[in-house]
Ligand binder design. Structure first.
Ligand code: URA
Length: 207
């Protein structure tokens, strides 16, 4: 699996704000929004473009547009905080949703919602999930997409653990990953270390 780390200084300052315990949820959400813009901006280098004729006030020339805008799929709940930034950069795109909850005993995903087009053949998909930890949730989500015929899946996250990258790499799914950091690893509760805690709770409060 191709992995790109967005190490731009402005991405790293947003990530630092998200990591800090004292960052309150409003600033955390704003930082996630801005960081998502940077991660999706880098991901968009992977998209095919096409030329088409346009006119400026001065002359006829060629413009550029995305040849095949991706379907954006935030993984709920934590991916919700990335959705608006991604759609802002990709206004031509439409959005699907996958709702996954983590079983705290097994750390494996449990699906509670799938809102996706039936046929995704020929359609690139941009999956949004801030945390690639064990890889269980993202693998589950990407299998749902592949089952619908998707052959081009780009995952945008904020933090990735080596264990999760390894798990996704071992799958035979057509995946590429863009992240703002590859952290040290997972602790015994499958949290990313040093990480930023629970990305859903940090955005929306604990339940
Ligand atoms: N999900 C989170 O929100 N945080 C982690 O550290 C791991 C998974």
């Amino acid at each position: 699996m191709d992995v790109l780390v967005v190490d731009h200084p402005l991405a790293q300052t947003r990530l630092t704000a998200m990591r800090r315990t004292e960052t309150e949820s409003g600033v955390f959400r704003a930082s996630l929004h801005e960081l998502t813009t940077m991660v999706v901006y880098e991901a968009a280098r992977l998209f095919a473009v096409e030329k088409y004729p346009i006119e400026t006030p001065v002359a006829a020339t060629e413009g550029t547009r995305l040849a095949n805008p991706p379907l954006i799929v935030p993984v709920l709940r934590a991916g919700l905080g990335m959705a608006d930034a991604a759609l802002g950069l990709l206004p031509e795109s439409s959005m699907g949703f996958v709702g996954l909850a983590r079983d705290e005993e097994t750390h494996e995903p449990r699906a509670y919602m799938e809102s996706l087009p039936a046929d995704l053949s020929g359609q690139p998909v941009l999956v949004l999930d801030p945390m690639l930890a064990t890889g269980g949730s993202l693998l589950h989500c990407c299998k749902l997409l592949a089952d619908r015929g998707c052959t081009d899946i780009i995952i945008c996250c904020v933090l990735a653990a080596p264990e999760g990258i390894e798990r996704l790499s071992r799958s035979d799914l057509p995946l590429r990953l863009i992240t703002a950091s590859i952290d040290e690893g997972l602790n015994e509760k499958a949290y990313i270390v040093p990480g930023l805690g629970d990305a859903g709770d940090r955005q929306f409060g604990g339940m």
